[in-house]
Design a protein around this ligand. Structure first.
Ligand code: NAG
Length: 944
């Protein structure tokens, strides 16, 4: 694996190659690297034991809840229940609020009844105050109350002693809250061992209730290490607010499979955390991350899905502070045989998964999503945090990136290389070296002296560019951006009130406070064409390092006691990257007067980030295991709303073998965000540098992506409308097929394409699982038909990309692949109609201008394609929408067909004509040549 020495040395080399002009930075870097403060291994990142609040909370044992519900305080309006909880150990009271939300959701909020000062409640993530539904009291006695939830047969039982909630449907418990008694709420308190604030003291004394509480508090509270300050490595965290953690447990009866809580480099099915660390959610810049463990990575979406053959549910823990998630299961460790034995012997208990969330500060604000179907949970979550941004069509095409394309000539040569080798691409990317000394919004005056000429050259080819804009701002009084941020007071402050400064690519840097809406508006205005010199409309943006990465900060990020207005960085750390992307996307929208869709890639993210663009899985490595893990990493993100996900094709660190590189292109071509990227130190790896055979293999993979763009685009339109993931685990479409529940070496694109990429070195074959008893699947390359449900062994060669189309579906493609997706705009469609055993099929065709927001003004074509009774027809799904296309239907392939005697096309104007066709009897493929109707028209094709 990796050597202890390799990385510091590599990073020194890396710095040395681009910092000649920055000797002081280099010196600091040497110091930092040699002392081991930056980078590398697990020792630089906290375990739960090294994070005081996590250790404190994890030490609590189940079954000893001190919390009791004070039923006499219960108040129920039509849509809101409030109830006080008391901690019998210290008499501190909490306020529970319970809401029934529209669409089978329950919201549970717990805060201190009278906090010493307000606690952070996450703003800007929910798209609206979620609409509520009526609740009513069914019964009440001294042990608790029973509430009826909404119109369904769902109820919640509130038990008083100890406090717990059980959410039921009929006689079935769907989820229990605090059933293990791990609710913990560290109330804000005055520090006892220092001079207290006399004002606050006086106020407290004036309140007799508080005095009584104080008396108890004094006795009960022992001050533990790490409550009022904490040190990790050389970094100390002053904790002016003291301990403030919150924690709650959830039990899921009947559940053995839980998913989500990205971002982790782990399997799709989450593992139990007994005996190890909990899954950690804390946005971090982890240098050369390791696989198959629960360590935190760049982004955090605190959403978990639970699934069994009957139901899918979800838990959304809306808290932006450092968070740890423990998972345990009563069947963990039991083999299938052991479970069977239990069953036979009648000793089996209902399987159950228990989950516990622990956050450092803020409040408890949980949304319980009750499904029952996977799609219901996606819709429920989307109704809270919004859906995937609908990207420009070109952003779904292929992206060519590396750290770095050196200068304008280099860009031009790479661009020309794609044409020479007949490989399409849409975006070429510039990393940090394009700037003038890591000053974002600027260009290196020598290497990128005439950026507009460069961008115009790219535009002439109907292609685009992305340039990086990171949130660390070089502290330099000759840099306009810095001067403006400083003079407007927009930087995050350190605990002593000065501007927070840390080391990052430019050396000493400030970090704008993106949580401030004024700051975001100003940032957005910097993307105006007259502000961002050298920019043009085909220049888009990439936000990296927005965890934020602080090379000399604790765990390579910002000190938790840094200050954002009224709040500590601690309270909102996981939201920082979300805001950076939000402000940047807003800038791209504004520069076009609100007309053009933005495209912004981000490394750090939170719940709701899907609304602002794409994410990638950060700095991976050119290793086979990294290729494999790209699948569960993107699947996990898709389950929690973030559909536009990809991994660096080829691997960022290290150098891929040509076999790995080819396999990665073949896999990436079937993942939502398709971008090659490479570290500065690695040899060049443009697709044509590995010999003609490999060039041809890569060309073919990229061309398959381009041909399929109409389908990808339509799926993203759906993701935008519904929040349903584009790239899906099989269980989402086959929720009762337990064989699919832990599968993460293959996936679905939409409902209709199943992909099992080759991710093993030297593979001679793969075993694809084709789901659906009674269904059929067609190999998209050979059109061979296979039955579901089966494990299909498929021999593979280097050119194999095993992909299957579901019988019963219709998929549009554009098979005349050109230089870029924009060049293909008016090209004709080929329809692939794959018949079900019942000889039916359904599909869609979505067309708009591909880049503006005019689809919101109903400027699009949306058609349903359906085949039944030997008739294929195109029906308008959006009769009130208006758009015209030059594209026509040039070919229709019907897979699984029998030979007709004649084929008749009927158009809307009543015209009938006979179509030419070929029939391939060996594969049962009927090909209709040049039917020629406009893609937006009504038509039917009748087989006789
Ligand atoms: C709510 O749950 C009920 C019962 O499980 C189900 O029939 C209904 O479709 C769900 N509604 C939504 C909007 O998810």
């Amino acid at each position: 694996m990796r050597s202890e020495w390799a990385e510091p040395i590599q990073s020194i080399i890396k710095m040395a190659t681009f910092t000649e002009r920055m000797a002081p930075v280099l010196l600091l870097w040497l110091a930092v690297c040699l002392s081991g403060t930056w980078a590398v291994d697990r020792g630089n990142f906290k375990t739960c034991d090294q994070s005081a609040f996590c250790k404190r909370q994890r030490a609590l044992k189940p079954g000893q809840s001190p919390y009791r519900a004070l039923l006499e305080t219960l108040e129920l309006t039509n849509t809101r229940l409030t109830l006080q909880l008391i901690n019998d150990n210290n008499k501190v009271r909490l306020l529970l609020e319970l809401y029934r939300l529209q669409g089978n959701m329950t919201r549970v909020k717990i805060n201190e009844l009278k906090p010493l000062k307000p606690r952070y409640e996450v703003p800007d993530v929910l798209i609206q105050e979620p609409p509520t539904e009526p609740m009513s009291l069914l019964s009440q006695d001294e042990n608790g109350v029973v509430l009826s939830l909404g119109a369904e047969s769902q109820r919640v039982i509130v038990s008083a002693r100890p406090f717990r909630l059980d959410i039921m449907e009929g006689r079935e418990v769907l989820m229990s809250v605090n059933s293990r008694g791990l609710l913990a709420f560290e109330h804000l308190r005055m520090r006892k061992d220092t001079q207290a604030d006399p004002e606050a003291e006086k106020k407290e004394e004036a309140d007799p209730a508080n005095q009584a509480e104080e008396a108890v508090n004094e006795e009960e509270e022992k001050v533990e290490d790490g409550m009022w300050e904490e040190t990790f490595k050389s970094h100390s965290d002053s904790k002016p607010n003291g301990p403030s953690a919150v924690s709650l447990d959830f039990s899921l009866p009947g559940v053995e499979h839980v998913y989500g809580i990205p971002e982790h480099a782990d399997t799709l099915k989450l593992k139990t955390t007994d005996g190890g660390d909990p899954y950690r959610l804390y946005n971090l810049d982890v240098f050369q991350y390791e696989l198959y463990n629960p360590m935190a990575l760049y982004g955090a979406v605190p959403v978990m899905l639970a699934h069994n053959a009957q139901r899918t549910t979800g838990i959304f823990w809306l808290n932006a502070a450092e968070t740890w998630v423990d998972i345990s299961s009563n069947t963990a460790g039991k083999t299938v045989f052991g479970k069977m034995l239990d069953y036979v012997q009648g000793s089996s208990e209902t399987p159950q998964t228990d989950v516990r969330w622990i956050s450092e500060s803020g409040i408890i604000d949980v949304f319980v999503m009750l499904g029952p179907k996977p799609q219901d949970v996606f819709s429920q979550y989307a109704s809270l945090t919004g859906t995937q941004a609908f990207p420009p069509l070109s952003a779904l095409a292929y992206h060519q990136c590396r750290w770095n394309y050196n200068d304008q000539e280099d860009v031009q040569a790479v661009d020309a290389g794609f044409d020479q080798h007949d490989i399409p691409y849409d975006f070429i990317w510039l990393d940090i070296e394009h700037t003038d000394g890591k000053r974002y919004f600027t260009w290196d005056p020598h290497k990128f002296a005439t950026p507009r000429d460069m961008l115009q050259g790219i535009m002439d080819k109907k292609r685009k560019m992305v340039a990086i804009v990171d949130p660390h701002i070089k502290v330099d009084s000759n840099y306009k951006i810095h001067n403006e941020i400083r003079s407007r007071g927009y930087y995050i402050k350190n605990k002593d009130g000065g501007d927070y400064e840390g080391w990052c690519w430019p050396g000493n840097a400030g970090y704008p406070d993106f949580t401030n809406p004024e700051m975001r508006a100003w940032w957005a205005s910097m993307f105006a064409y007259d502000q961002y010199e050298g920019s043009m409309e085909n220049l888009y943006t990439w936000n990296d390092m927005n965890e934020p990465s602080v090379f000399n900060g604790p765990e390579v990020t910002m000190h938790k006691d840094a200050v954002h207005g009224a709040w500590e960085h601690r309270d909102l750390h996981n939201l920082y990257g979300f805001y950076v992307q939000m402000a940047t996307a807003e800038g791209l929208v504004q520069r076009s007067g609100g007309v053009e869709r933005p495209f912004v890639l981000t490394r750090a993210f939170f719940a709701g980030s899907q609304r602002y663009g794409a994410v990638w899985t950060g700095d991976n490595a050119a290793e086979w295991d990294h290729l494999k893990i790209s699948i569960p990493m993107c699947l996990s993100l898709g389950l929690v709303g973030v559909s536009f996900c990809g991994a660096d094709v080829g691997g960022f660190f290290k150098t891929p073998s040509s076999e790995l590189l080819v396999r990665w292109y073949q896999t990436g071509a079937y993942q939502p965000f398709f971008r090659a990227h490479a570290h500065l130190d690695t040899p060049r790896r443009e697709p044509w540098l590995f010999g003609p055979e490999n060039t041809a293999l890569i060309r073919e993979a990229v061309r398959q992506r381009y041909a399929l763009l109409p389908y990808w685009y339509q799926l993203f339109y759906h993701a935008y409308r519904t929040g349903h993931p584009v790239m899906r685990p099989l269980w989402v479409e086959y929720p009762q097929d337990t064989a699919t529940f832990a599968m993460d070496d293959q996936f679905l694109i939409g409902r209709d394409l199943l992909v099992h990429p080759v991710t093993e070195e030297g593979a001679r074959g793969i075993t694809a699982y084709l789901p659906g008893k009674g269904e059929v699947w067609f190999d998209v390359h050979t059109f061979q038909k296979h039955n579901g449900a089966q494990n299909l062994y498929v021999p593979v060669t280097m050119s194999s990309i095993p992909v299957y189309q579901r019988g019963g579906s219709i998929i549009p493609r554009k098979i005349r692949v050109r230089r870029s997706s924009t060049c293909m705009e008016h090209d004709p469609y080929t329809l692939y109609v794959a018949l079900s055993p019942q000889r039916t099929a359904e599909g869609e065709l979505y067309i708009d201008d591909g880049h503006t927001f005019n689809f919101n003004k109903k400027e699009f074509i949306h058609r349903r394609l359906s085949f039944a009774n030997n008739v294929l027809s195109s029906i308008n799904l959006a009769p009130d929408a208006q758009f015209s296309t030059q594209s026509w239907i040039e070919r229709i392939l019907i897979l699984g067909a029998s030979k007709p005697s004649k084929v008749t096309l009927k158009t809307a104007d009543g015209q009938e004509s006979q179509l030419e066709f070929d029939f391939d009897a060996s594969m049962s493929v009927l090909t209709l040549r040049k039917p020629g109707m406009n893609a937006g028209a009504d038509w039917t094709v009748v087989l006789q």
